[in-house]
Design a protein around this ligand. Structure first.
Ligand SMILES: NC(=O)c1ccc[n+]([C@@H]2O[C@H](COP(=O)([O-])OP(=O)(O)OC[C@H]3O[C@@H](n4cnc5c(N)ncnc54)[C@H](O)[C@@H]3O)[C@@H](O)[C@H]2O)c1
Ligand SMILES: [Zn+2]
Length: 381
């Protein structure tokens, strides 16, 4: 079933992110890099700053750089000469130093507000290039070509861009919506399988927290998604973008609280990443998978979720090849990390609690004893 917000055509699907004058399209295709040219031109032409756009800086990382050429040609065919900037893969590239290198490139190009930034890569490239686009000359037009599943279903949509402070992840940033997001699911074929599985945790998150039909679809089709069957991948990517777009449309700058439902599974997930270290013991999506399991167990204790729903989530997470526990991690350290979460109010830990499949509510109803029990369960498994 395709809803109104998603338009299907032979060659792909389009999701509209509705933000008044900052509205834009997310186009989901398979194996069509040439289509990016007309899409980029149309997206840029919708704004004053993009209208005479003749140049672009395409930012990518070393793992993805081999995908860049067809996109540069596609831009050339619509009259946009693109220069290429390649950063090192990995979170370390999301720094002010790397942003500064990109500013140098833009200055050397004599870039102005009619020069587009194009981010081709995972969330790291998108956040870094997006941050540079938000800040250089008070804002350059930005186009996203996300190439990891996480970036396709999450980070490329919504306008959050930023870099890390050495002691605080994502602390330096801005809201800067792209003018368009071009998602080619064929790019996922070179993504390492572990990264693909980790990205699927965010898709499971959308299903469990917001959309029961998506959850049902995954129960039947998660293997097809992980095998990159085009129809299955396009469906879950477009559906995830549609769900995120609806939330972002109602809370663009994280001011009304609506956007916090996107943090389902993330309170425990972030604590796992912080305690295990950001060195790759657990990828973000893996930590979120465990976090979703934990918060379902918590919801069972509070009485908002039945055991059968938790079992269905567990089963899906396992079939996606994701972990459901983090044996050996220190439960007290996890609790300590969670008490520092910025969503907390009046000293109580706030969770996005499931109330059945496809429905969540923000809650601070969990007692410390209940939280301790659940953390003990996931660290002893
Ligand atoms: N802005 C937001 O709203 C938002 C939301 C969620 C996450 N993020 C950020 O996104 C980042 C994580 O994103 P990520 O998981 O994409 O990480 P990433 O960009 O580091 O990509 C993961 C790895 O996959 C490689 N890769 C990406 N696409 C590839 C492809 N098609 N073929 C081969 N290799 C490929 C990358 O080089 C990297 O080694 C974090 O920095 C996180 O803070 C931002
Ligand atoms: Zn996440």
């Amino acid at each position: 079933m395709v809803s109104d917000a998603v338009r299907a055509s032979d060659s792909g699907q389009t999701v509209r992110v509705c933000l008044g004058p900052r509205s834009y399209e997310v186009r989901v295709v398979t194996n069509d890099p040439g289509g990016f040219g007309p899409f980029a031109r149309a997206s840029l032409d919708r704004t004053w700053s993009g209208r005479p756009c003749r140049r672009a800086l395409l930012v990518t990382d070393e793992h993805v750089a081999s995908l860049a050429q067809p996109y540069m040609w596609a831009l050339e065919r619509v009259g946009i000469a693109a220069s290429l900037a390649v950063v090192m893969p990995g979170e370390a590239s999301k720094s002010l130093e790397h942003a500064s290198d990109l500013y140098d490139r833009l200055v050397a190009m004599r870039a102005d507000r009619h020069t587009a930034m194009v981010a081709l890569g995972g969330g790291v490239v998108g956040d870094l290039a997006g941050f540079v686009a938000a800040t250089y000359a008070r804002g350059l037009p930005l186009l996203m070509i996300p190439t990891s599943l996480l970036a396709q279903v999450d980070s490329s949509v919504g306008g959050k861009v930023g870099v890390n402070h050495p002691r605080a992840k994502n602390m330096i940033g801005a809201f800067h919506q792209p003018l368009g997001v071009w998602i080619d699911t064929a790019t996922l074929s070179s993504l390492p399988p572990r990264e693909l599985r980790a990205g699927s945790a965010e898709v499971i998150k959308y299903g469990m927290s917001l959309d029961a039909p998506l959850f049902h679809f995954l129960e039947f089709q998660v293997q097809a998604v992980l095998a990159l069957e085009p129809d299955a991948v396009r469906h879950v990517v477009a559906k995830s973008c549609e769900l995120k777009a609806a939330i972002v449309g109602g809370d663009e700058r994280e001011e009304t609280g609506l956007r916090s439902v996107l943090n389902f599974g993330h309170t425990v997930g972030h604590a796992i990443e912080a305690v295990a270290g950001y060195g790759g013991t657990y990828l973000h999506g893996e930590a979120v998978a465990i976090g979703m399991v934990a918060v379902c167990r918590l919801a069972e204790r509070v009485g908002t979720l039945d055991r059968a729903a938790t079992e269905r989530l567990l089963c899906l997470v396992r079939r996606a090849g994701l972990p459901v526990a983090c044996p050996g991690l220190d439960a007290d350290a996890l609790l300590d990390a969670m008490t520092r979460d910025k969503k907390n109010q009046a000293g109580r830990i706030r969770f996005v609690l499931p109330h059945g499949i496809g429905k969540v509510e923000m809650s601070d109803a969990c007692s410390i004893e209940q939280i301790r029990e659940v953390l003990a369960a996931i660290t002893n498994d």
